[in-house]
Design a protein around this ligand. Structure first.
Ligand SMILES: [Zn+2]
Ligand SMILES: [Zn+2]
Length: 326
């Protein structure tokens, strides 16, 4: 068991989960090899529980997408979950400053491929579309669990981005609060819109940015640009052109277009060679859907932690030029 705790005064939460300290690390050379059988493309030469044939080493499968009688994408509960569907989901405050609940929620792993050496930028269009449909399905399913307030889909690519297992995977975390960041974005969006008497601030931002120096890629349904105040070198965000809130609001044709624009970004991130995260920012009440990609080149250090002001060494306008291949 663990706990969700809020800062004494700030709207800032932490999940404390001491089971996670026991999780394995493919990238940690000291880890002992317990099982001898290994996959040929497995560079670390260790047994990979995410590879086909080793299903018995994982937690019990939740669902999968199959092809020719075999799974090609597989969903399992995280063996070392930060969140669990038990205990108390109601957030309580004791003695004024101690706000907490149990770490109520669900923490899932999506094994994105049956091929060990393949990474997310290597998938063909059809496979990436299937993965996006699966993300959408998990959000819809987990949204329906009692007291789940938000479902977050994330991808950590590489050790510097927080991945501990080599075999390409994403994670889904569903829990009992709307993340503060999402609440802040929704409120800021609403405040700006009210002030300028517009429907959605992001809608107007997209209109401006898609013709700016920061524009990178565009298709019928989506546009990608490097944000004006990018915090990360080569940070890039995809926005839907239509005012939609969440991945679950897109139809099949739109999911295909999202895959297309993601493939363009992922190909460039492969070229960049840096580890990266991407994560879906789904609105709850009225925030405009977007997906943020954050290459992990610059390390947040004392100044960033002290002030929440990040030093980014690459101008977003230069990053956009690089994405456009200029
Ligand atoms: Zn594997
Ligand atoms: Zn909008």
């Amino acid at each position: 068991m663990g706990e969700l705790r809020k800062d004494y005064i700030l709207e800032r939460y932490v999940l404390i989960s001491d089971t996670r300290k026991d999780r394995p690390h493919d990238f940690n050379k000291q880890q002992k090899v317990q099982i001898m059988q290994t996959n040929q493309t497995n560079k670390s030469n260790k047994i990979c529980s995410f590879c086909p044939g080793n299903e018995h080493l994982t937690t019990k499968e939740i669902m999968h997408i199959g092809k020719d009688g075999k799974w090609i994408i597989r969903v399992i509960p995280n063996k070392f979950p930060a969140l669990e569907l038990k205990g108390k989901s109601v957030i309580t405050t004791d003695n004024k400053y101690y706000t907490y609940s149990d770490n109520y929620g669900q923490h899932e792993i999506i094994i994105e491929t049956d091929k060990h050496g393949e990474q997310i930028f290597d998938y063909n269009r059809e496979h990436l579309i299937k993965l996006l449909h699966l993300y959408k399905a998990r959000i819809m399913i987990l949204n329906n669990i009692e007291n789940i307030k938000y479902v977050q889909v994330i991808k950590n690519h590489g050790k510097d981005a927080g991945a501990s297992i080599e075999h390409s995977h994403s994670q889904v975390l569903a829990y009992n609060i709307i993340p503060t960041l999402i609440q802040q974005k929704e409120q800021a969006c609403k405040d700006k819109s009210d002030r300028f008497d517009e429907k959605c601030a992001y809608c107007e931002i997209i209109e401006r940015e898609k013709d700016s120096y920061r524009r990178c890629f565009e298709n019928n349904s989506f546009v990608a640009f490097t944000p004006y105040a990018s915090r990360f070198a080569y940070e890039i965000t995809i926005f839907s052109k239509q005012h939609k809130l969440s991945l679950i609001d897109f139809n099949d044709a739109e999911i295909e277009e999202l895959a297309d624009i993601m493939q363009k970004i992922l190909a460039k991130l492969k070229e960049l060679g840096a580890d990266f995260n991407f994560y879906f920012q789904n609105g709850v009440k009225d925030m405009h859907f977007h997906v943020e990609f954050t290459p992990r080149i610059n390390i947040f250090a004392g100044f960033e932690f002290a002030t929440d002001t990040v030093i980014n060494t690459i101008y977003p306008e230069d990053a956009a030029k690089w994405y456009r291949g200029e």
